[in-house]
Ligand binder design. Sequence first.
Ligand code: ADP
Ligand code: MG
Length: 313
Amino acid sequence: MDDVGKSLTKIIKERKWNEEFNNLMQNVMKDPDVVQFIQEHAEELDNPAIEKSAAKLYEFVNEKKKYQDNKANQLAPGYEPKLIMNHHYIDVTYVPTSELVAKQREKSIKNLIHSMDMPKGIREATLDEFQSTNERQEALIEAIKFVEAYTNEPKKFQRGLYLQGSFGVGKTYLLGAVAHALAKSGFPSTLMHFPSFAVEMKQSIGQNTTGEKIEAVKKAPILMLDDIGADSMSSWIRDDVLGVILQHRMQEQLPTFFSSNLAMEQLEEHLTFTQRGEDEPLKAQRIMERVRFLAKEVTMQGVNRRQQQYENE
Ligand code: ADP
Ligand code: MG
């Protein structure tokens, strides 16, 4: 090992390189990875080749140090520098670390979850981390059953879930966890906070974008409507937005989830009365027929887990 280092030092000296460079290269040549690499490739490397590779060796030693110290100014953060042979010279290549690979995978998973007006952390929810209690076990089991059935037979109609329960029991969290599990298998879903969507729809009237927005939601391969029934709806939102979306999804048999503080029966009552106070039980019944076709009601109970609020709530 020492021999290699010595002979290199000799070359550098003989060439009378300036002292600064000389000092730098002496350190580089002492680096155990450099020494080992040169030994391993002794047959392919002669002194002029090593000399010509000096800049690469220098880069390697420098970047390796930054990588090991986890410095912010690395040439390729998340990549570990490695020495390789490249046409008889030494070169540096950057190999993605397992953490980076995991991070990239997590990012591509998240990209399959389209969330609209949802809490920030929702795309990180996972079924594995869902803390189950007796009162929420049924919902978890149903969620897992859905993911299994859908990932096995995505073309076949699978009924979604209507998660019903009081504030803070984890309905939104469970929707996020289902979306995450589906994304892991490559299936995209759209999660949206229904009351915000309704407001956005109203604002888009007159901008000609209403139809476009409804189309996108209608056709989402998997749709999750969060917090339905939280606000009173206008008859327009109920019949021409929600009704149209659900009608299409029923016809096309597209999986649809809901979460609500209200049980289905209470939602029906809620939908009967519009913002203007009109009493329209038939209209409400029509919506509920679609909801019932699309989703199975599951009750979640338990304590309010909202000690820490989501960031954008
Ligand atoms: P809901 O939608 O029913 O009102 P959330 O899903 O917003 O309730 O949950 C409330 C809080 O509790 C959130 O901060 C959420 O991250 C957390 N939480 C809920 N359920 C779980 C769970 N099973 N495991 C871990 N954290 C949870
Ligand atoms: Mg919620």
